[in-house]
Design a protein. Structure first.
Length: 417
């Protein structure tokens, strides 16, 4: 298993280019199953989760005609299977995004229940209830969700909790349902609006995605997808924090600054200079950062996917920071590892109290999930001495060549086998 070895202490300087958004490309790849023909997706990040989604589509009978550089071509015409296998779903929760498209197109879907994951129980009960509202008959047995519907029928559905992939799953299913579907308390993440735009370009009739009420008029078929994935806002935020935590100066290129605004506002509150331009963000540290409090929330609140990285920054801030995680119930696994580097963190339920220390020092640490691993890399870049991060396959799930990008910014970082 690969490890990442970091000698901390260098301020990072230079420019970094942001790759396509993992959380935008996964639902788009799932949406190709709604179409019949050759779909083309560009600016697709070369990360493990994309490879897993392509394996799943291939297993269902879709043909991955090519995946060269950042362009994927998928022929979804010959779809023949309706079962998403346990081994594929268990490695990536987002595999459940095929449920809605399979059901809408083939009238049947059998998708393994994702089970628990490192950051909490993460059930998919809301996806199931929503599909039932659209007329699907659903049974759960032997670890699989069996869904059947001769024809989905539009309905009014209100999510109990805001769910990003839940909203996307239902939106995709409703595009081919009969009549009108109204989704209330829908997720407002940019990845939801983007999916709606992509589907609309293929002939879907989706209104007001990006608001909390989405209205979908079902259509009889969709044209193949041809789209370019927008830049990853979580990756952009991670590099902004890399600049701030190492006392450096970084130009984050090829990003959508408005997508990163909740993080930018918190960085400014912490005393970091962040300037925005057209497709670019510029970050400059001004001495030690100040403690600020954060509370994660669905978009447009502070993203839970940046909580771990921001906590790394707060470990070196002047003062005490209170971090509340309201989206997931168990998303503080990185805290114990950050403590191994010398951080002072107290966890009480959904709240972490971080008292800034003057310095972190390198140590062996273990990545527990995707964003937790990024937070360990960030802390290690600022720590004195050597840190070895193991289980970096978590990083590879969602960050394109993180060690190469950090190295180009002047970090002493390498991957070892
Ligand atoms: C997506 C993102 C993930 C991000 C998360 C929250 C993708 C591929 N992943 O995950 O990176 O951290 O949004 O921004 O886009 N819930 C239920 N029942 C359900 C569905 C969700 O109780 O049926 C709960 C979850 O356990 C969690 C909360 O709702 O506590 C939000 O989860 P959700 O928005 O669904 O996360 P994902 O879509 O899985």
């Amino acid at each position: 298993m690969d490890k990442i070895v970091i000698q901390g202490g260098q301020p990072l300087r230079g420019a970094v280019s942001i790759s396509g958004a993992k959380n935008a490309v996964l639902p788009v790849l799932a949406a190709t199953l709604l179409t019949r023909g050759r779909n083309r997706v560009t600016n697709a990040p070369r990360v493990k989760d994309v490879a897993t989604m392509l394996d799943l589509i291939r297993d269902l009978g879709g043909v991955i005609e090519s995946w060269e550089k950042d362009e994927v071509v998928i022929n979804s015409e010959p779809l023949k299977k309706t079962e998403a296998r346990y081994d594929l779903v268990s490695t990536m929760r987002a595999s459940c995004l095929v449920l809605g498209p399979l059901l809408a197109r083939l009238g049947e879907a059998k998708v393994s229940l994702p089970g628990g994951c490192a950051i909490g129980a993460r059930p998919i009960d809301l996806h199931i209830k929503g599909l039932e509202a659209l007329g699907a008959e659903i049974h759960v047995n032997e670890g699989y969700i069996h869904a059947r519907a001769k024809k989905l029928v539009g309905a009014h559905y209100c999510f109990d909790t805001v769910s990003v992939t839940g909203t996307q799953n239902l939106m995709m299913a409703a595009t081919l349902a009969e009549g009108e579907t109204v989704l209330e308390n829908a997720a407002r993440e940019p990845e939801v609006s983007f999916l709606a735009e992509v589907l609309n370009q293929s002939g879907a009739k989706i209104k007001d995605a990006g608001s909390d009420t989405i209205v979908i008029q079902g259509v009889s078929s969709l044209e193949p997808i041809d789209c370019c994935i927008f830049p990853d806002r979580i990756e952009a935020a991670t590099y902004l924090i890399a600049g701030a935590i190492t006392g450096g100066e970084i130009e984050v290129q090829n990003c959508f600054p408005n997508h990163v605004e909740p993080v930018v506002l918190k960085l400014r509150e912490a005393g970091v200079t962040v300037q925005t331009g057209d497709g670019v963000l510029y970050v400059k540290a001004n001495g030690p950062v100040q403690s600020v409090n954060i509370r994660t929330q669905p978009h447009p609140g502070f993203p839970t996917d940046v909580q771990a990285q921001f906590m790394a920054l707060m470990t070196l801030a002047e003062g005490q920071s209170v971090i509340m995680e309201t989206v997931f119930e168990n998303r503080f696994m990185h805290a114990a590892e950050l403590k191994r580097l010398g951080a002072d963190i107290l966890i009480e339920g959904h709240t972490a109290v971080v008292r800034g220390v003057k310095q972190l020092s390198g140590a062996p640490v273990m990545a527990t999930d995707l964003r937790a691993s990024a937070s360990l890399v960030l802390a290690a870049l600022a720590a004195k001495g050597e840190t070895i991060v193991s289980r970096v396959y978590h990083i590879d799930r969602g960050y394109v060549s993180m060690e190469k990008k950090m190295s180009r910014l002047g970090a002493t970082i390498k991957r070892v086998k």
